[in-house]
Design a binder for this molecule. Structure first.
Ligand code: UDX
Length: 451
């Protein structure tokens, strides 16, 4: 089938390559000419495992091409995926719809044949209906432009895998014809038994924001419990494992630590609330405010712990931060919890050196006043405190005994709970992790209780 994918960011570039991999004839569209040029050479504009190979193979096979022209898009196909970003609107909690609107108004004048617009971007509920009206008004073919919503659930770092082997496909359409087109697009994936949920557009839009709100709630829940664990010297990691065995709860997204960041969970949570407010049901989602607050609080607690371990003042203290990306296997630093902490420590007077295997260029562009290195071992030299903030696998392979000899003080905060505390402590390090008992923490029986 012939189709276009409009917007070639994290979502669109992967979707375009995945559609071509399924055998479709795909034209990727973006207004950023430099990005389009790189993609046309088969180069991924960001770090994403397996994407460069997928792009290269499909560009070479002639199934995947790129352009900056919406007119060319309209001429090329009658199926158009919208994959542009919906970031947080500056000064507001709502989603910024400027890119979605620009695609719709830019494409509409060229739509002279009946076609299907399939939104994949995460949008406020009601967007598909609004776009449908817009196309009916300004496209030459009028109400022969149908709008469907088909949310994307891909995780950065696993985007290729999630696109080619999704755990479900949600198709919100307003007609059986549109539904049949979506089924045909995904026929190969559906043939493997992937669940296909057919519904109306509003439900499909809501599925995506609800999924992200739920995932964020799960993370904040375990982080709130971590704070209680801290107060009594209990172990949140064991607790999470024990909860996880209950299949009604499940262990995934119950990893305590520095909390969520990235370009999706936080902004989607806020946009969902803002939309609920507009719809007059803001109270129903008021708890999401708390979810967001717990998440920010976790970052602030880590900063407080750093201060405490350094005796109260950060002025001129040398601090090493391990990890800049918002999560491992990504070079994305949008709303990175790690960089939030690093920048705050710097502003409070510390000399902060940040290590990351992939994200240093993006981190430097976002926070130019922090110091950076791509050498994980050298990052430890003469430092007074190490904060492990993004759990890249390579940090688990570090040798604490060697690093002990390089630092000024062997102090470590493991904010992601993936370093082996016994290994580090037995090499002489003082390791603290919120929600996990430090050897010096008071034991449960010493905690005052009202009887
Ligand atoms: C998320 C959703 O998972 C995905 O379905 C949606 O399409 C986009 O948003 P992504 O932002 O790529 O994907 O990252 P994800 O793996 O979900 O992690 C989000 C954040 O939560 C990261 O900062 C991660 O470190 C944190 N996290 C995740 C936790 O703190 N604990 C967990 O248990 C899981």
């Amino acid at each position: 089938m012939q189709m276009t994918v409009i917007g070639t960011g994290y979502l669109g570039a992967v979707h375009a390559a995945a559609m071509a991999e399924l055998g479709h004839d795909v034209l990727g569209i973006d207004s950023d000419a430099a990005k389009i040029e790189a993609l046309a050479q088969g180069q991924a504009p960001f770090f994403e495992p397996a994407l460069p190979e997928l792009l290269r193979e499909n560009v070479r096979a002639g199934r995947l091409r790129f352009s900056t022209s919406l007119e060319e898009a309209a001429n090329f196909a009658d199926i158009h995926f919208i994959c542009v970003g919906t970031p947080q609107l500056p000064g507001s909690n709502a989603a910024d719809m400027v890119y979605v609107n620009a695609v719709a108004t830019g494409l509409a004048p060229y739509l002279t044949r009946p076609c299907l617009i399939i939104g994949k971007s995460t949008v406020p509920v009601g967007t598909a209906a609004r776009l449908s009206d817009l196309f009916a008004r300004i496209a030459p073919v009028g109400d022969q432009v149908k709008v469907a919503w088909n949310p994307e659930f891909l995780r950065e770092g696993f985007a290729v895998e999630d696109s080619l082997r999704p755990d479900r496909i949600v198709a919100g359409t307003s007609s059986t014809e549109s539904d049949a087109i979506l089924r045909a697009v995904y026929a190969d994936i559906l043939a493997t038994g992937t669940p296909y949920i057919t519904t109306d557009v509003a439900t499909a839009e809501l599925v995506k924001v609800s999924a992200n709100a739920f995932l964020a709630t799960k993370i904040s829940f375990i982080n709130a419990i971590a704070e209680v664990c801290d107060a009594v010297g209990a172990d949140v990691l064991t607790l999470a494992d024990a909860l996880g065995y209950d299949t009604r709860i499940g262990r995934r997204f119950l990893s305590p630590g520095l909390g969520f960041g990235g370009g999706c969970l936080g902004k989607d949570l806020r946009a969902f609330q803002a939309r609920a407010d507009e719809l007059g049901v803001g109270n129903a989602l008021a708890f999401l405010d708390k979810v967001d607050e717990i998440n920010t609080h976790g970052r602030d607690r880590t900063i407080d712990l750093a201060k405490e371990m350094l005796g109260g003042s950060l002025i001129d203290r040398r601090i090493t931060v391990l990890g800049a990306a918002f999560k491992p296997n990504s070079d994305d630093v949008r709303d990175s919890p790690s960089l939030y902490v690093a920048e705050r420590l710097r502003r409070e007077g510390a000399a902060v050196l940040v290590h990351d295997p992939e994200a240093v260029p993006n981190a430097r562009a976002a926070f130019p006043k922090l110091a950076y290195t791509t050498d994980a071992i050298e990052a430890f030299r003469d430092t007074e405190l190490v904060l492990h903030l993004t759990e890249w696998r390579e940090y688990q392979g570090l040798d604490p005994s060697v690093l002990f000899t390089m630092v000024s003080a062997p102090l470590l905060i493991d904010a992601r709970h993936t370093l082996d505390p016994n290994l580090w402590r037995s090499a002489g390090w003082t390791l603290r992790a919120i929600g996990r008992p430090a050897p010096a923490t008071r034991a449960l029986e010493q905690v005052p209780v009202a009887i």
